[in-house]
Design a protein around this ligand. Sequence first.
Ligand SMILES: Cc1ncc(COP(=O)(O)O)c(C=O)c1O
Length: 445
Amino acid sequence: MTSSTPDPETAKYVESTPTSRELQDEAEQYLPGGSSRGTAYFAPYPIFVERGEGHYIHDVDGNRYLDFMLNATSLIMGHAHPEITWALSEQAARGVAFSGPTAVQIRLAEMLCERIPSMELVRFTSSGTEATLNAIRVARAYTGKHGIAKFEGGYHGSHEYASISVHPAADELDPDGPTAVPEFPGMPPSVAEEVVVLPYNDLDACEAILGERHKGLACVIMEAVVSNFGYAPAEIGFLRGMRDLTRDLGMLLVFDEVQSLRITPGGAQEMFGVEPDLTALGKIIGGGMPAGAFGGRRDIMSLFDPGRGADAIPHAGTFNANPMTMTAGETTMRHLTPEVYERMNRLGGMLRAKLQSVFDEMDMPVQVTGIASFFGIHFTDAPVTDYRSMLAGDQWMTKALFTGLLNEGILLQQSCAGSLSTLTTERHVDGLVDAVRRVVGRVRE
Ligand SMILES: Cc1ncc(COP(=O)(O)O)c(C=O)c1O
């Protein structure tokens, strides 16, 4: 825990969260930094959660927060939704995990394949990390090439080959363009050698780089709506260009839709009309339970078919397709009709417009990004289109707004991005907009 003199918003936060502070001290005795998840920590210490209910979470000090973090966008139906808790308790009574398959995994797989345009076959995992890892693995097996390309600032989970140039610091950036920067010390240099890093939304640069390197590259992995950029969507011409380029150069195109499946029933590929070869999923498909999946073209995914004998790619996972996750996922997917998406996305548009007018009224250079039910706030005067324009935002203001909103009873992601849920109403939207106005007013003073 840091102990420097806090700013007024942090001081107020500390005053209202004494039990969380005590629990953080206790947690630090047994867990590094008191945590099992880097993103769950924020300075001076995170709130410890007592329970969640609908759009709200309650901390151990009795404070209530309107939750737009929603466990990193995964809780699209909010907390403890009665339909999901009922389905889970029914399943728990019948057993939580078996080594054999269950019928519910077929139902969820069928729904995903029917909704997602490019998905012919799908495999379940227990996390989005395993989903992108396996998508990359099968791309290598299919193409017979080892390297991969990803974008500067793109997050695809915590495995080795995804952990390149995710959050490079400003002083690590080569002004001439992206380079492979390892995310953690001790990474074998061979990993960075096998990962080519590309600049987002710059088709000419991608053509030049991939034109030179494609012979060693199995795939390009990318998000069409980039979570790390406050959910800035790709320019459509860029996305179409990447589709054509990868096809022409003999690489597979992998869409990471771990987050973006929440924008339409068929994800970003449906919204933009661009079909990848493979897609990685996670978050909402598990209805709040640990989840991931990857799938795509039948001829590629068939490489996992155990009927191929020794030729099949092995894919194990003790909790893959466990019936608790499958049941919560099925309940969620059934709930997410086109009308539900339409309503949530309309409120998302309203929120982004209202937030932008707050900053415009205050004459502040702020970019409100996002699409559908996603939003992001950046304290910068230039449009956010790639990692470097995102990094240009004022990080001090971002932290101040995040902490100030906690004091207003609102939880966002630490980057001041977030997402709506099926429970969000216009009242919640206005609550967030008014709180942002108050916090920014206070912080500017
Ligand atoms: C775009 C994206 N890909 C992959 C992952 C990894 O998913 P998980 O945390 O389930 O391993 C995440 C998680 O935040 C994500 O946002």
